[in-house]
Design a binder for this molecule. Structure first.
Ligand SMILES: Nc1ncnc2c1ncn2[C@@H]1O[C@H](COP(=O)(O)OP(=O)(O)OP(=O)(O)O)[C@@H](O)[C@H]1O
Ligand SMILES: Nc1nc2c(ncn2[C@@H]2O[C@H](COP(=O)(O)O)[C@@H](O)[C@H]2O)c(=O)[nH]1
Length: 185
């Protein structure tokens, strides 16, 4: 059986991490942990949410793809994915749309891309209630990356599943349907 990577993408706050946790809890599909130079949010732990790095330590790693997002660096490694695939047939990863394009280009049909969409007003409220600091939140929402990731990029058009993440139960049902179509889980 081909190994699959479920690439969850969309703008910040659209529910990507929530869906990767759903995949872990319901289907035992692990999430590939990525690296970032961003400071941890309250409750986030290195090795669980991210590998938190300094600029110097980040630069020493080898990445399959890396991006700058709203002033911080993020990167994911092929080695982490291969290690996960040694134990599991499917893994998930949470990345911005630039990262999702890289995964689609590299893994083709084995990269199942799910794009999450939420309207700007709702996503802003969700990020506020997640506890994101006000000044950082404003900068993030105004960033080119955030604005770009509100829509499916042309490179992924017709190559990804789109879910409008309004109601979480409906979103989970849609995820279930995608897994069935892709014969995962
Ligand atoms: N359908 C939903 N209804 C209401 N709240 C939701 C829904 N989906 C996710 N949330 C909440 O919205 C907030 C943002 O979700 P989450 O952290 O999963 O987004 P994200 O896309 O991973 O964000 P980021 O890219 O910034 O890490 C969280 O507090 C989460 O609990
Ligand atoms: N291309 C990549 N994008 C990544 C990676 N790890 C996380 N991300 C995305 O960055 C933004 C910001 O994340 P946040 O945790 O600071 O809110 C978000 O869209 C993540 O999905 C990565 O390795 N590569």
């Amino acid at each position: 059986m081909d190994k699959k990577i479920i690439v969850i993408t969309g703008a910040s706050g659209t529910g990507k991490t929530t869906i990767s946790k759903y995949l872990q809890d319901t289907y035992h599909i692990p999430s590939v942990i990525t690296h970032t130079t961003r400071l941890p949010r309250a409750g986030e732990k290195s090795g669980i949410d991210y590998y938190f790095e300094t600029k110097e330590s980040f630069a020493k790693n080898h990445y399959l793809e890396k991006v700058e997002y709203s002033g911080n660096w993020y990167g994911s490694s092929e080695e982490s994915l291969n290690k996960t695939w040694e134990k599991y047939d499917a893994a998930s990863i949470v990345v911005d749309t630039k990262g999702a394009i890289s995964y689609k280009e590299k893994y083709g049909k084995d990269a199942v891309v799910i794009f999450l969409e939420v309207d700007l007003e709702t996503v802003t409220k969700r990020l506020e209630s997640r506890g994101d600091e006000k000044h950082r939140l404003k900068a993030r929402i105004n960033s080119d990356e955030f604005q770009r990731d509100l829509q499916i990029p042309s490179e992924l058009s017709g190559k990804c599943y789109k879910i409008i993440n309004k109601n979480i139960e409906k979103t989970k049902e849609n995820v279930n349907k995608i897994l069935k179509i892709e014969k995962i889980g």
